[in-house]
Each structure stands twice: as structure tokens, then as C-alpha cells.
Design a protein around this ligand. Structure first.
Ligand SMILES: CC(C)(COP(=O)(O)OP(=O)(O)OC[C@H]1O[C@@H](n2cnc3c(N)ncnc32)[C@H](O)[C@@H]1OP(=O)(O)O)[C@@H](O)C(=O)NCCC(=O)NCCS
Length: 198
């Protein structure tokens, strides 16, 4: 029943969201699939682009973890946010001050936050904005926070509730606060992951 309702809302909401995005100068490769409606705030001179088959869940019951809010996508002035093909996100917040790049086939779990600045830029305690890169096939578990300046390498999985403060290499499981490598995928597993997304 839930899946049926999610699909029904995809059919109703996606064309409206995609039109709203176009009107607001967001670049899209075809329809952006949204079940429920995300919030989207594009700052002056900033760029937002969505790849093919991006999916966003936006209502609390759409993921059994319980989504705390709809997806919130924000770019500040002159920032650049690039979201690849086949990316899925559930109630995620992406707040882009400088540059955030999300590759293809990335899973952004429930209630994840990705933020490349400290937000209170007039406050002397704030540091510099630094770009974030999330490479292809990365899986970000529920309630993770990805902070400024990090790269998460291809195929890696970030465990639930982690706070990513430093780069995570490709082909690993990383977890905790601060997020560190807990496991390396062997070659067989890496082949399986890449096959899975072909
Ligand atoms: C990261 C994860 C995939 C690891 O699962 P796994 O491969 O079966 O590995 P294990 O459970 O054996 O954990 C390996 C080690 O990492 C630790 N660990 C696992 N998940 C962790 C987490 N989220 N935070 C901190 N440490 C974690 C384990 O305690 C274990 O430590 P040890 O080697 O010292 O005993 C899993 O714990 C996880 O967080 N899944 C994400 C689920 C999720 O959010 N899905 C999306 C829903 S929208």
C-alpha cells in the first residue's frame, strides 16, 4: 500500500516539481521524480543541476525510519550544486555555500545533512566554505552529517548516524563520529557493487 501511494504521488508531484525547477532556473535532465514536494531555494548566480532519474521522498511515512522533513535543497549566492544520475534521497538537507558534487547512483539515506559551510558566515567562529565531493555509487546511511571539505570515495558506504569530517577513501565502510574506515571491500564485492549499478 505504501509503495503504491509513493508511486501515485510520484505521478502527481514530479511534473509539478520539474516545472517549478525549470521556472526557477534549475538544470534538469528530464523529470526529477518527487513523491511529495521538496523545498528548493536557489541563491542568486548559483547553479543547481539534476541528472537523470533523480528521486526524492518528502513525506514522513515514505521511509520506515520516519522522515523528519521533506528534502531541502539550498544554494547560496554563486554556489554550484551538481547531482548525478540515478540519485535517491529521503528527507535530505543539502545546503551548498560553495560547491557540492554528488555522483551517479548515490543513495542518500533518511534525514541526511550535507553542508559545505558553517552557515553563520558573519560569525568570527565560522571557518571557510570548502567543497564536498561524493563519488559514484556511494551509500550514505540514515542521519549522517557530511561536513565541509570532504570527499567520499567511489562505492563506499557511510554508516548510520556518522559525522563525516575528513575524506573517506573509495571501496570502504566507514562509520562513527568522527567517521573512520571500519572495513575494506574486497575485489569481489567491488565488482558486485559496480555490476549492481550497470
Ligand atoms: C555501516 C553498516 C553498513 C555496517 O554493517 P556491516 O557491514 O554488517 O558491519 P558490522 O555490523 O560488522 O560493523 C563493522 C564495525 O563497524 C561498527 N559500526 C557499524 N555501523 C556503525 C555506525 N553506524 N556507527 C559506528 N560504528 C559502526 C561496528 O560496531 C563494527 O565494529 P567492530 O569491528 O569494532 O566490531 C551498518 O552498521 C549501517 O550503519 N547501515 C546503514 C543503514 C542505513 O542507514 N540504511 C539507510 C536507511 S534510509
Amino acid at each position: 500500500m505504501r509503495l503504491f501511494l509513493i508511486k501515485l504521488l510520484y505521478v502527481i508531484c514530479s511534473p509539478i516539481t520539474s516545472l517549478f525547477m525549470k521556472v526557477n532556473g534549475v538544470k534538469t535532465k528530464g523529470i526529477v521524480f518527487t513523491s511529495g514536494f521538496p523545498y528548493l531555494f536557489r541563491g542568486n548566480g548559483s547553479e543547481i543541476s539534476f541528472g537523470k532519474k533523480v528521486r526524492m521522498l518528502n513525506l514522513p511515512w515514505m521511509n520506515s525510519i520516519g522522515l523528519m522533513h521533506r528534502c531541502i535543497i539550498t544554494t547560496e549566492k554563486d554556489a554550484k550544486l551538481v547531482i548525478g544520475d540515478n540519485v535517491g534521497m529521503s528527507g535530505a538537507s543539502i545546503w551548498c555555500f560553495k560547491k557540492i558534487t554528488i555522483g551517479d547512483n548515490v543513495r542518500v539515506g533518511a534525514n541526511v545533512t550535507i553542508i559545505d559551510g558553517d552557515a553563520h558566515q558573519d560569525d568570527p567562529r565560522s571557518g571557510k566554505n570548502k567543497p564536498i565531493v561524493i563519488e559514484d555509487n556511494v551509500w550514505i546511511g540514515a542521519n549522517v552529517t557530511v561536513l565541509k571539505g570532504v570527499t567520499i570515495g567511489k562505492n563506499s558506504l557511510v554508516g548510520a548516524g556518522s559525522v563525516v569530517t575528513k575524506d573517506i577513501p573509495a571501496n570502504v565502510v566507514a562509520a562513527g563520529n568522527p567517521c573512520i574506515v571500519v572495513k575494506y571491500f574486497d575485489e569481489g564485492k567491488i565488482k558486485d557493487i559496480e555490476q549492481y549499478f550497470k
